[in-house]
Design a protein around this ligand. Structure first.
Ligand code: MG
Length: 292
């Protein structure tokens, strides 16, 4: 099923809903009191999730998807987003051509994180931060949402901890990323982690998901790959990072970006105000944001 966070016209608080028969149905219409996606992920029982996916509901509560303002499915992550660097081979190569220091140690994933005070949703702007950066770049990524606390998980069991997936744009200020050695600052500016349009629950895809992933800037396709090209698999990431670290329910893992980012172009080309970035993953949807 597809789960959304959104605001209805004139409504001050967001609500969480599920897409049923092409319309959005608030979880309240199923008798559930989850006010946010994080509450739903942490609290919903298998029976409640089954009811959302296929149970009866009051049809008068359904609203048209087009009539609401979509927010990021998790607009305020409870913790920093956990990210993979250099997790598609062709992207690792293009990154090295821009900055030789951007290299991973053979066989070992590069983990980093980004602060997300507020994640833009589909249709929201991405602040250009022109006073801070002159090298604004995009990175389309498959984001994995953890469904229950994960600790010391085996690779075989890893799939049981995945709640679902969304599209994430790991927006990056390349000059800050390179200047400060640690990537945290250059990845953490306000509005640098658009997500959406929804969370698709894990049961909708085979594991690991093999989905077409792409990013276009002003309609020009820049990134075009498949999530089956990850160097380090989702199972490996969940298993490895949960050894000694509890991945709390609601944790967001950005699995890395494929080849085709602005820094990797023959003449490195960065985003500017007015550019429209569309990230898309098969089966999840499109995440479109304008640089403002
Ligand atoms: Mg990234």
């Amino acid at each position: 099923m597809k789960l959304y966070t959104y605001k209805r016209t004139g409504q001050s608080s967001p609500e969480v809903g599920v897409l049923r028969d092409g319309k959005l149905v608030p979880v309240a219409a199923f008798g559930l009191k989850y006010a946010t996606m994080n509450e739903l992920i942490r609290g919903a029982s298998p029976e409640e999730l089954k009811a959302l996916a296929s149970g009866a509901f009051d049809a008068s509560a359904a609203v048209a998807l087009e009539s609401v303002k979509l927010l990021a499915p998790i607009p305020e992550p409870a913790q920093d987003v956990l990210c993979l660097g250099l997790n598609y081979m062709a992207h690792a190569n293009e990154a090295r051509s821009f900055n030789a220091a951007l290299a991973s140690k053979e066989g070992w994933p590069v983990y980093f994180s980004k602060r997300v005070n507020w994640a833009p949703g589909d249709g929201d702007g991405i602040p250009a931060h022109e006073d801070v950066t002159g090298q604004l770049d995009y990175e389309v990524e498959l984001a994995v949402i953890i469904g229950r606390d994960a600790k010391n998980v085996t690779m075989e069991d890893a799939k049981d901890y995945v709640f679902g997936y969304t599209v994430l744009n790991d927006v990056t200020a390349r000059d800050l990323q390179n200047r400060h050695v640690q990537w945290y600052f250059g990845k953490s500016l306000d509005g640098f982690t658009p997500m959406g349009p929804c969370i698709v629950t894990a049961d909708e895809f085979a594991f690991p998901p093999a989905l077409h992933i792409s990013c276009a800037v002003n309609g020009e396709v820049r990134q075009d790959a498949n999530t089956n090209m990850l160097i380090h698999s989702i199972a490996k990431i969940i298993s490895q990072f949960s050894q000694g670290v509890t991945l709390k329910a609601g944790t967001i893992i950005a699995t890395g970006t494929p080849k085709g980012v602005g820094m990797g172009m023959a003449t490195p080309t960065f985003l500017k105000k007015g550019d429209v970035v569309t990230c898309e993953i098969e089966g999840i949807g499109k995440l479109t944001n304008t640089i403002v």
